[in-house]
Ligand binder design. Structure first.
Ligand SMILES: NC(=O)c1ccc[n+]([C@@H]2O[C@H](COP(=O)([O-])OP(=O)(O)OC[C@H]3O[C@@H](n4cnc5c(N)ncnc54)[C@H](OP(=O)(O)O)[C@@H]3O)[C@@H](O)[C@H]2O)c1
Length: 394
């Protein structure tokens, strides 16, 4: 199968290198050949590739009947979607790592692949190098998946782990993550949880075989976490993680929440530290499964892309056929919360009867409460100018 790689950055290079390095070994099973690499004009002179391989004109790739599959790894949101849409309409298979596009246009891209009878695969979009979507598709056929919890963003997990183990402040840890290349210059997508949200949309859609929308997810990031919070968690032998949680609630609804969660040693994700990602799911036949590994990086992510290419070339993937959506998200779960403020914290007295604790004048741990009432109250405190951090007690 002849391939065009769109975007020659971290993942594009990782994909290309693996295909070259494993060429001989792959040839026994499947023929994968990169015919073109699409890049921007400014990258051509320094890309180090044979000029015959390079293209700066997507139309040339679309018009080439020999190219059967495109690998979209530009990271571009609008253009990336158009690249994929046009490739599917030209009856070319699509493999991508672009979670922003898959999450937002899941239905349209999946439908196009179905209509034109081509493959659309995106293993690298969730969990980077962790094989999770391919196994999830088959587990979801055999199991009612009633819960998923995941640490899906390496930048957040690196920041949270290092704030906890090294007692570095939030800004200092973020800067270190940026220096090491784990965090983008603009870290908003990561630290405010948008990247995790997109991955939860993809996971929970596959798990339930219905399309979940981004706006169904309740979202809170980690950027208000302070060292005083972390010291309290350490005292309580707890770790804070940015968890993506999907939970089935009866036949009509499910919960979809991305927020900081405090977990103890008995939690399966307690020891997942640094930039590592992990996903744990529960199905009625398999019970609990945990997948763990590098959530990003040139070769882990390139590896996931090449796994998809093998499935495309062998025609061995399991296409998704989403069912009618009769359920919707209901995120008003009952949970206890840790809350801190940079000012005096006045919370309703009945949040503390029997359980819960006012730790000091600006920190508290509530009893189990309806999530909506907690978030509503905290939103009002934020509107009044307070800097609030909160985490669910897992
Ligand atoms: N990096 C990871 O570990 C990782 C892990 C999982 C998933 N992903 C996903 O994989 C995708 C690629 O990520 P990456 O880290 O490889 O990004 P990257 O290093 O920025 O590489 C993307 C490359 O594509 C180029 N590009 C942008 N628009 C283009 C266009 N219209 N035509 C041709 N080239 C174009 C970019 O050029 P400019 O830099 O000039 O824009 C850049 O060289 C993203 O969707 C990301 O979310 C990445």
């Amino acid at each position: 199968m002849k391939i065009a790689i769109l975007g020659y950055g971290t993942v594009g290079r990782g994909t290309y290198d693996i295909l070259q390095e494993r060429k001989n070994r792959l040839e026994d099973q499947v023929e994968l050949e990169v015919k073109k690499v699409l890049m921007l004009e400014k990258e051509v002179a320094t890309c180090g590739l044979d000029k015959a391989l390079v293209s700066t004109d997507y139309q040339e790739i679309l018009d080439d009947p020999e190219i059967e599959c495109i690998v979209e790894v530009t990271g571009a949101k609008k253009q990336g979607f158009l690249f994929m849409k046009e490739a599917l309409e030209a009856k070319k298979h699509v493999v991508t790592a672009n979670k922003a596009v898959v999450s937002k246009h899941f239905s349209e891209l999946n439908d196009l692949a179905d209509r034109y009878q081509v493959h659309f695969l995106y293993e690298a979009a969730v969990g980077g190098g962790i094989p999770i979507l391919t196994p999830l598709k088959s587990q979801a056929l055999l199991n009612n998946i009633d819960s998923i919890e995941g640490i899906l963003n390496g930048t957040c997990n690196y920041i949270l782990s290092n704030m906890q183990t090294k007692a570095w402040g939030y800004e200092e840890t973020l800067k270190k993550a940026q220096d090491l290349g784990f965090a983008e210059a603009d870290p908003t997508d990561d630290v405010e949880g948008f990247d995790t949200l997109r991955k939860l949309v993809i996971l929970s859609s596959i798990a339930q075989n219905i399309l979940v929308n981004e706006d169904e997810v309740a979202l809170e990031g980690i950027s208000n976490l302070g060292l005083e919070d972390v010291a309290y968690f350490k005292d309580q032998d707890l770790k804070v993680k940015l968890l993506a949680s999907y939970g089935k609630k009866g036949d009509d609804s499910y919960s979809l929440i991305v927020e900081p969660v405090l977990i103890g040693r008995d939690h399966p994700l307690y020891n997942v530290d640094g930039e590592t990602n992990a996903i744990t799911l529960h199905g009625h036949n398999v019970d609990q499964l945990t997948f763990m590994g590098p959530g990003a990086g040139k070769y882990p992510t390139g590896n996931a892309v090449v796994c998809d290419l093998i499935d495309v070339a062998r025609g061995s993937d399991l296409p998704l056929k989403f069912g009618d959506k009769t359920q919707s998200a209901e995120n008003n779960i009952q949970a206890a919360y840790y809350i801190s403020s940079d000012q005096d914290l006045n919370l309703p007295e009945d949040w503390f009867s029997n359980e819960g604790e006012k730790i000091d004048g600006h920190r508290a741990r509530t009893k189990a409460l309806p999530r909506d009432s907690v978030i509503g109250t905290l939103e009002n405190l934020r509107k009044a100018g307070q800097k609030i951090f909160f985490a669910r007690l897992g």
